[in-house]
Design a protein around this ligand. Structure first.
Ligand SMILES: [Zn+2]
Length: 520
């Protein structure tokens, strides 16, 4: 039997072969192959767990080799593979004819504790031809997503003999029952994903421009900035975005689930993250929690938002290094995290939604209220976002509190209706970008715009006139065309018309070179 464990190296890990050699000699246990402290400590955990599971721990010279030798290995997920390799080498379980990937942390009692990162390990194991996956009971749904009936749960190392007998008999793996999974998960600093019940746009009265912007944001994946006084509906609108987003397709779902698995935040009973993904970290969160990092180079919120929305409320309050770190993923769809000469890269393609007050006190431009901020304070507040970040924001939406008469009208259009239009526009984009690297209009660069957003002579004339009048930058021009492309897609129209451009222009009235944007 060849037994493997898995070292997660960011998004791409590596299988680790676990070999055990038992020789006569003074009883001792030695681990070679660049193990970290947690693995060296595993010796004592495994010794106790095997004894409590009813097995013997060999009173001889036990050499544990983790290969490839040059790869640094860490974490407690190696426990189970080492324990099984010892049982096999000492003849306490029968020899198996297949390759096994085992993951799990052992308690002294012998119980197998769940671990993070099972799905990426299974994905790579399958690619390498591993035949059987032995995982903690709580990780079974996650493993079974890809491995199906090759995935077997082991709740207690004391049940290993019984499990091996089943494997030899060729029994079918037990069906993966989601309701039997206990809720105990490895604890991480990141909050668990929000439950998949989202508030409805029907509750957002009035605010036609804000509602339209949210629809464009969801349909075309355009980054958005909502600015306005506290209580004007910015957070209310943003938190309703997931309700109008499509589910992830299979490839995206596997990528996103891998990232959530590596962060250890997969909800116990949900196997594959289907989305919609909506992450709304607080501005006080650590840089590590937001960008990623730590000893394991774990993904942060920026990567957890992959395939969905990253919402930064009170955006200027975020640490400036975090805001700067957004530039790489917005540019490339990836984020690189470096620590101690090690660099990992996580897919991080999300739609960014920023919200902020018009000024530090929030009263600028508000009726019947006085703003006490100085011009310098307001400039500094806005400058925190930084021009390179704002450059990438296609939709800039001033938000004012809703007029009382609008509140009195009945319910507004519901999320379900908006979502069906969004899905339609997504279908159109999927067909258009089938053989390209683009997925959504919001990702189009200059060459993409030239190729997919042809303007009629009349539209081009209109743009040129307006550009001369308003002093449009090249970036602003591209933003407007991208958004107009989405407006056309929502209307089911092939060519971008002057009318679409005019509407898109409204979302770019606030320029990049302005010191700050005062509410209209
Ligand atoms: Zn103010």
């Amino acid at each position: 039997m060849r037994i493997y464990s898995y070292e997660a190296i960011g998004f791409n890990g590596q299988l680790v072969s676990v070999e055990v050699d038992i020789r006569r000699g003074i009883p001792c246990v030695e681990v070679v192959g660049l193990p970290d402290g947690a693995i060296r400590e595993a010796r004592e955990r495994i010794r106790a767990a095997l004894r409590n599971g009813g097995f013997e721990f060999p009173l001889e010279r036990v050499l544990i080799n983790l290969a490839p030798a040059g790869l640094k290995k860490g974490g407690a997920a190696f426990d189970l593979s080492i324990a099984l390799a010892i049982l096999s080498a000492s003849g306490q379980v029968p020899e198996l004819d297949f390759t096994v990937l085992a993951l799990g942390e052992l308690e002294l009692s012998g119980r197998v504790r769940p671990v993070a990162g099972v799905l990426p390990a299974v994905a790579d194991g399958l690619a390498a031809g591993i035949q059987v996956f032995i995982v903690p009971q709580a990780n079974l749904p996650e493993a079974a997503v890809l491995a199906g009936d090759k995935a077997w749960p082991l709740e207690d190392v004391g049940d290993a003999l019984q499990l091996f007998a089943q494997l030899i008999r060729g029994d079918a793996a037990p069906p993966c029952r989601l309701d039997s999974v206990d809720s105990e998960r490895p604890q991480h600093a990141i909050a668990p994903a929000a439950p998949l019940v989202f508030p409805d746009f029907a509750d957002l009265r009035g605010q036609p421009r804000l509602r339209r912007a949210m629809e464009l944001c969801a349909a075309g994946g355009h980054h958005a900035l909502l600015f306005g006084p506290p209580g004007s509906g910015k957070t209310m609108a943003a938190s309703r975005l997931p309700g109008i987003l499509p589910e992830l397709d299979d490839a995206q779902a596997i990528e996103t689930t891998k990232i959530h698995s590596l962060a250890g935040i997969l909800p116990a009973a949900s196997a594959l993250v289907r989305g919609p993904v909506f992450r709304a970290p607080h501005h006080s969160a650590s840089a590590e929690g937001l960008v990623g990092g730590g000893r394991q180079l774990s993904p942060g919120e920026i990567s957890l938002a992959h395939g969905g929305i990253l919402f930064l409320d009170e955006a200027p309050e975020f640490r400036s290094d975090v805001l700067q770190a957004l530039r790489e993923p917005l540019e490339s769809g990836y984020i690189s995290i470096t620590r101690a000469e090690k660099t990992v890269r996580y897919p991080s393609r999300f739609t960014l939604v920023l919200a902020c007050n018009p000024c530090p006190c929030g009263n600028l431009g508000r009726e019947h209220a006085v703003c006490l901020c100085s011009a310098g304070e307001i400039q500094r507040y806005w400058k925190r976002l930084g021009a390179p970040l704002l450059d990438r924001v296609d939709l800039r939406i001033p938000v004012q509190a809703c007029a009382p008469e609008a509140l009195a009208t009945g319910a507004a259009e519901a999320s379900a209706d908006i979502r069906s239009r969004v899905l339609q526009a997504r279908v159109i984009q999927a067909a258009r970008y089938r053989d390209t690297d683009y997925v959504l209009n919001g990702q189009l660069d200059v060459s993409g715009i030239d190729r997919f957003c042809r303007l009629s002579a009349a539209s081009r004339h209109l743009m040129q006139e307006g550009a001369a009048r308003d002093g449009l930058s090249g970036r602003a021009w591209h933003s407007i065309v991208r958004v107009a492309r989405t407006i056309a897609d929502l209307a089911g129209v092939q060519d971008v018309s002057a009318e679409h451009l005019q509407e898109a222009w409204q979302f770019r009235r606030y320029g990049d070179s302005d010191w700050f944007w005062q509410l209209p």
